[in-house]
Design a protein around this ligand. Structure first.
Ligand SMILES: Nc1ncnc2c1ncn2[C@@H]1O[C@H](COP(=O)(O)OP(=O)(O)OP(=O)(O)O)[C@@H](O)[C@H]1O
Ligand SMILES: [Mg+2]
Length: 383
């Protein structure tokens, strides 16, 4: 590792040496991929879903087991979805341009694909379909992976990131029913579906009335532990010939509540300020920087809150984590009735501002929590 380049990564998938811990989760996913168990992976934003699936997929990959990654984030409608699926399956399986086109023509009998390519045909070849043809013959596209897998004697694992985005497609219920009806009969294709927006994912996969109910194993991804973060931060500092004591490594992880993205970002800000060794001042200034970077966003989010929602967050930031409906708490923080508290909770969960785990409530975004304590409560937050 180069000593003058930050050893911390954020905003991109954590890979290689930037990927830490998650050994049990990785092994579990690899086993699901090999044992053909469909998996649904859910967590709040930026806890590490995409990084984990990539790691497990790359480990599980073999000549007999091909892993395909799709990202529904950029898809606008079902047509985009079908097109991406068909392109990915064919590109993963056939290595020559001719093979690709020939197979596409052979596999699609009721639907006629169009081909287009730019200057570098092998890398820019794209297949597309007429909108109308798709709605009648969607099954032909959805069963493509199964057919190819059987013919080639292989197995596919299809990983679909940001799947909740498909709930924004027009006629999404019909679309989901179609997927489910074709997917459930496939023997040679396993799906791994993951996404943020927890309440959308949960309602898609855990509500009895929804088409994906009991589609596969649902995993709620947890956080990387404090102990693991401390070791990781120390190791990354060491590699670049800088020193951090366990005390300060712990301070970094604790300040942002072990949230994967923010631990890496705060560690980076601390690393950047460190000549040789970390001290109090460096941590304080790095945290301040983290808060300032998003101040405008936080102000806007806070302005959009109702008065009682704001009061609720003030209570949370002041240390109340459950028992919001207790009489003294209702009065002290002006929360209204206990029925009102449950409405506030629902609204804040939907806005993705708080997270409920068991009975304990926390801020979903730990950097917002730091900002809130410092600016709204005017208290020092760190160390
Ligand atoms: N296993 C890990 N080890 C170290 N850092 C990690 C790990 N997983 C995630 N991170 C950190 O968290 C950030 C977000 O990770 P990732 O994009 O995988 O999360 P996500 O849950 O898919 O996020 P989003 O909700 O935005 O899709 C990464 O950029 C990286 O900084
Ligand atoms: Mg992701």
């Amino acid at each position: 590792m180069q000593k003058d380049i930050s050893p911390f990564i954020f905003g991109r998938k954590a890979i290689g040496e930037s990927f830490t811990d998650r050994e049990a989760e990785t092994a579990h996913l690899v086993a699901n991929f090999r044992n053909r168990v469909n998996t649904v992976l859910i967590s709040p934003r930026r806890w590490g879903k995409s990084s984990l699936v990539k790691k497990a997929g790359d480990l599980a990959q073999s000549p007999k087991l091909k892993v395909i990654y799709l990202d529904a984030f950029t898809m606008r409608d079902a047509t985009d979805f079908y097109t991406s699926l068909a392109n990915a399956v064919l590109k993963t399986t056939y290595s020559t341009l001719e093979g690709w086109i020939e197979q596409a023509k052979r596999f699609f009998t009721r639907i006629t694909p169009r081909f287009s390519f730019g200057n570098d045909p092998m890398n820019s070849l794209e297949l597309s379909f007429e909108l109308e043809a798709i709605s009648k013959n969607y099954e032909e596209i959805l069963s493509l992976p199964e057919k190819v897998a059987i013919e080639k004697g292989i197995h596919f694992v299809i990983c679909i990131d940001e799947f909740q985005n498909t709930s924004l497609f027009s006629e999404h219920s019909l679309f989901h029913k179609r997927l489910r009806s074709v997917w459930q009969d496939q023997q040679h294709v396993t799906y791994c579906i993951y996404g943020s927006k927890q309440h959308m994912m949960i309602s898609l996969f855990e509500k009895q009335s929804m088409p994906f109910y009991r589609f596969g194993e649902t995993i709620h991804l947890g956080k990387i532990s404090l102990a693991d973060w401390v070791l990781y931060i120390e190791k990354q500092f060491e590699k670049t010939a800088k020193t951090i004591t366990p005390y300060y490594a712990e301070a970094i992880a604790k300040n942002v509540n072990c949230h994967s993205y923010y631990v890496q970002q705060l560690a980076h800000l601390v690393w950047q300020r460190t000549q040789n060794a970390v001290d109090d001042e460096i941590i304080t200034s790095a945290v301040e920087d983290l808060i300032n970077q998003n101040e405008l966003l936080y102000l806007r989010d806070t302005e959009m809150l109702s008065e009682t929602q704001l009061n609720f967050l003030i209570a949370l930031a002041s240390g109340v984590s459950d028992g919001f409906s207790r009489k003294d708490i209702l009065q002290k923080y002006k929360l209204g009735s206990s029925a009102n508290v449950s409405r506030i909770k629902t609204a804040l969960i939907e806005k993705e501002m708080i997270d409920l785990s068991g009975r304990t409530i926390t801020f979903l975004d730990p950097a917002y929590a730091l900002w809130f304590v410092k600016r709204m409560l005017k208290k020092e937050t760190f160390l």
